[in-house]
Design a protein around this ligand. Sequence first.
Ligand code: FES
Length: 101
Amino acid sequence: KKITFITSDNQSIVTEANSGNIMELAVKNKVKGIDGDCGGVCSCATCHVHVEPSFWNAIGAPDELENDMLEFDDHVSEFSRLSCQLQVSEVPDGLVLKVAK
Ligand code: FES
């Protein structure tokens, strides 16, 4: 699957993966702004991304735990997700994600 990250300085980073979660994919590809400090257990919000609106229906809204975590982030939008909670196997091919500030 092809997954594109757009960093806050507008760089596009196109990555390929078939398994794992999106935070790990971003860290592996050194996507600026995705740190994954908590290791992917939904407790740091350093993996925050904005899903491109056209993909939002395919991705879906965060669950309660993830939502609680997102509330701590000042840059949250209606398309916010924590990328460690998104599995590569479950997202659409060609997905575009904007790295949150
Ligand atoms: Fe910590 Fe996603 S890596 S919440």
